[in-house]
Write a protein that binds this ligand. Structure first.
Ligand code: SAM
Ligand code: SF4
Length: 335
């Protein structure tokens, strides 16, 4: 198939200018909502993109119109050649950012600053150290919490992602918001999403509406300020009057925001996913290694993108576990 000019535009007119690259399927935490209970079979190293391959493929996307790249995983910072990857990608004309669990980010502060990373998305699902251990199966709460304070002190814009789950951390919504009183961060509540092996069911999710109901019980209409969302923002953003920070709700399950989606994903083994929920992938790494032109493959993958959540447009489809069994677990996609 010959490729045309705008290979990152899909059949619904969405332009995909934001590439999320997973650096690894490995992680130093075991978050129950992300890592399947039986773990994931790790791919041999030869199947993963090397730093140079990753750079060359990312460069091609940038030449075709990508303006923002987010590094994710697994945990991107467990990759030993992270400094090299960061340095290479920083030479491209893009906004670079990272999503991390924050366990070791203190070791990368200078490199991140030097290479122009200004925003850090960091995951923290609880403000309670014991609960952190129950959710992640690791005892790193203090490290992560201290690293959040360090990032703020060092001048980074920090967004904290919390996946809300009933009976796990839904009792902390107001505590999270209170954290924004003195800390200039953006707390983002993410609806728990279904992926292979994460034992999702609807009863465990905390919906946008439930969060809003909780907010209205604690804050008056004049205290709760609805902020203007940035274009392509996945969160509906709010602030409590007088607080330094803000918070947002990412409602992929109950209120998908697919019509303004500008994101495509590249997995650590070089597979292009046109949607987080898509159960098909396009192999870029094998043809890249064979010296083939990736553009027609990318264009075909982008044109195949569904209007809504990889084709899971009805609540019934979305709630059927069989619809998710063909998709990778979140740890192997890169959130
Ligand atoms: N290890 C890094 C981290 O935890 O931030 C980056 C990878 S992680 C897969 C990226 C994001 O996906 C995290 O914010 C995590 O909370 C989110 N995530 C993982 N599984 C999820 C699920 N089932 N539903 C909603 N968000 C999920
Ligand atoms: Fe690791 Fe991030 Fe998944 Fe937690 S959410 S298991 S930190 S990749």
């Amino acid at each position: 198939m010959a490729h045309s000019k705008n290979i990152l535009s899909d059949s619904f007119g969405r332009k995909h200018t934001y590439l999320r690259i997973s650096l690894t399927e490995r992680c130093n935490l075991r978050c129950s909502y992300c890592m399947p209970v039986d773990g994931v079979p790790l791919l041999p190293k030869a199947h993963l993109m090397t730093a140079d391959e990753l750079f060359q493929i990312a460069k091609l996307f940038v030449e075709e119109g990508v303006t923002k790249i987010r590094l994710t995983g697994g945990e991107p910072l467990v990759r030993k050649d992270f400094p090299q990857i960061l340095e290479q990608l920083a030479s491209l004309p893009v906004t670079l950012s990272i999503t991390t669990n924050g366990v070791t980010i203190d070791q990368h502060i200078e490199a991140l600053k030097k290479h122009g990373v200004k925003t850090i998305n960091l995951s923290l699902d609880t403000l309670d150290a014991d609960k952190f251990k129950k959710i992640t199966f690791r005892n790193y709460f203090d490290r992560v919490y201290d690293n959040i304070l360090l990032l703020i002190k060092e001048g980074f814009k920090v967004k904290i992602n919390a996946v809300l789950m009933k009976g796990v951390n839904d009792d902390e919504i107001i505590d999270f918001i209170k954290f924004t009183e003195d800390h200039a961060v953006s707390f983002r509540f993410i609806e728990f999403m279904p992926f292979e092996g994460n034992q999702w069911n609807r009863e465990k999710t905390v919906s946008l509406q439930e969060i809003l109901d909780e907010l209205h019980q604690h804050y008056s209409a004049s205290e709760l300020i609805r902020l203007q969302d940035a274009p392509n923002d996945t969160a509906k953003n709010y602030q409590i009057a007088g607080y330094k920070g803000t918070f947002g709700i990412i409602s992929t399950v109950t209120n998908p925001f697919c019509d303004s989606c500008n994101r495509i994903r590249l997995t650590a083994n070089g597979q292009l996913k046109n949607c987080l929920f898509s159960n098909t992938e396009s192999d870029l790494l094998t043809p890249f290694r064979a010296g083939e032109d990736l553009r027609p493959i990318i264009q075909k993958a982008v044109l195949g993108k569904y209007a809504v959540r990889g084709g899971l447009s009805t609540p019934e489809q979305f709630e059927n576990p069989e619809e998710h069994s063909e998709n990778r677990s979140m740890i192997r996609i890169g959130g």
